[in-house]
Write a new protein. Structure first.
Length: 469
């Protein structure tokens, strides 16, 4: 295989960029850019607030510090260096005007006392070394600049230890050496200023983070509670907290939870009531029919009544349901094996495959019933059954495949409706009442997941269940 030559034309580069950034077929470059930028944005509220509020403050502080420091350094440090060089010039001039050892000793004394300078003179010496300034030092370039600007003679200087600067000037009759304390060139205010700046920034940051945390925490808690409600878990009462808007959202959430609860309860109770009340007239009808004796007509009616009774029993069992069961930690892997083992006892080839962490929180009995319904269907219509449970990022995916006749795509939604059976007879030998899938989906949705029917690679039906974790 030969490597494709790189196309360096503008079009080629754009195409290369598109490929690198993963531009979709129908996406404009602007949309691509927006998508990428969105991805770069921090996801959590706290991170965003930090960027929106705190980043500008810190940036402003940094800029102010930098500007101040630049001006301060150029002005103050420059002037201090100039003063030192002027002192040196003054000493040189003084010495030239007042020759003699005695005068020089007097100059040395005055320099020591009044200017804090240690002055020595080496007769007939010649400057040897060149000054090499340290580019990272703050003072050295300043001294150098001052010496170059305000002194005409050859010079050498060095910061020989942390406290002193040593300046050597070439005179006609020797070398004059002046040692000055470095503190003559520094002011401590700049450090104090930076320290104050960093200190206040840190304190402000701490206070801001504390407040942000206290503001965001109730939102985060509300999100967790809402998520639990979505997954059908028990949501305890809680006190709305935080800022007004968060409290408002929390109260709205509580109202919504109450309404949902009432609605579900009302509906279940009503249907259960109707079903229950239907039993009495049905029993009366059955008795009436029994009195009429056996004839082909009554036989058909008896069959219908038996059907209706089974449907009502099925519905009542469903409505009584596992609604009150609490969610608990559940090992889906163990559950799958259990259901498979139960089904094997009834006969049939059933294989299982588990992959990844199978720990979930769910209603154990309900989940078992749901899986058992799916496997019972697969067993009824197919010969070979494969169950797999795979852990994905946000959910556990359980798939039940069979090699039966399957269901045509346009009817795959219909069969979830209560009492819908594709085979019209309600023969107890070939099938139940048509509630199996309804119940299974109800259970999965009650956990915040979903159940769909698909075409199985095994030619039959595939039931795919996703349970959020
Ligand atoms: N694995 C499958 N292969 C082919 N058809 C299926 C399969 N599973 C379900 N069906 C069809 O969907 C219909 C509804 O299934 P559902 O489980 O809700 O009811 P049921 O099995 O008939 O009765 P119940 O489960 O209440 O005893 C079935 O009657 C059947 O026609
Ligand atoms: Mg069924």
């Amino acid at each position: 295989m030969t490597a494709q030559p790189l196309d360096r034309s503008p079009g080629g580069i754009l195409a290369w960029l598109d490929r690198r950034l993963g531009r979709r077929e129908d996406e404009s470059r602007g949309a691509l850019l927006r998508r990428k930028l969105r991805k770069l944005q921090p996801k959590t509220l706290l991170a965003r607030v930090v960027i929106i509020v705190i980043a500008p403050v810190v940036l402003a502080q940094l800029i102010v510090t930098a500007v101040f420091y630049e001006i301060h350094w150029n002005n103050v440090a420059g002037r201090l260096a100039r003063a030192l060089v002027n002192d040196v010039n003054f000493i040189i001039a003084w010495r030239a005007d007042n020759p003699g050892d005695q005068n020089f000793r007097w100059i040395q004394q005055r320099a020591k006392d009044d200017l804090r300078l240690t002055v020595t003179f080496e007769p007939n010496a010649v400057l040897q070394r060149q000054t090499d300034t340290d580019p990272f030092s703050f003072v050295e370039p300043t001294i150098k600049r001052a010496l170059e600007r305000y002194n005409t003679r050859p010079f050498y200087f060095d910061i020989n230890n942390e406290d002193d600067v040593l300046i050597r000037i070439q005179l006609a009759d020797g070398v004059l050496q002046v040692v000055s304390p470095l503190s003559r060139l520094y002011t401590n205010t700049s450090y104090t200023f930076i320290l104050a700046m960093v200190g206040t920034t840190l304190i402000l940051l701490g206070i801001a983070l504390l407040f942000m945390h206290r503001t965001i925490e109730p939102i985060r808690r509300l999100a967790v509670i809402a998520d639990n409600l979505g997954k059908g878990r028990e949501v305890p009462d809680f006190q709305p907290e935080g800022v007004l808007e968060t409290q408002q959202a929390a109260r709205a959430f509580l109202t919504m939870r109450e309404r949902l609860r009432r609605q579900v309860q009302q509906r279940t109770e009503m249907l259960a009531g109707v079903s229950h009340d239907l039993r009495t007239p049905l029993t009366r009808m059955r008795l009436g029919l029994a009195m009429m004796g056996d004839s082909p007509d009554t036989a058909a009616l008896k069959g219908d009544i038996a059907d209706m009774e089974r449907m009502i029993e099925g519905y009542l069992a469903f409505a009584r349901g596992d609604g009150d069961e609490e969610q608990a930690p559940l090992d889906i892997g163990a559950l799958v094996e259990e259901v498979a083992a139960d089904a094997r006892r009834a006969g049939g080839a059933i294989s299982t495959r588990l992959e990844g962490n199978m720990k979930a929180i769910a209603r154990p009995l309900a989940m078992k019933r749901c899986l058992a319904n799916l496997v019972a269907n697969a067993q009824r219509y197919g010969k070979t059954i494969a169950i797999s449970a795979v852990r994905r990022k946000r959910w556990i995916e359980i798939i039940v495949d069979d090699d039966g006749p399957g269901i045509p795509p346009e009817q795959r939604e219909d069969v979830f409706r209560p009492f819908v059976r594709l085979e019209q007879s309600r023969n107890p030998l070939t099938g139940g009442v048509g509630l199996g899938l309804t119940i299974a989906r109800d259970i999965v949705r009650g956990h915040g997941g979903d159940l769909v029917l698909l075409q199985s690679p095994m030619k039959g039906l595939r039931a795919r269940l996703r349970l959020p974790v």
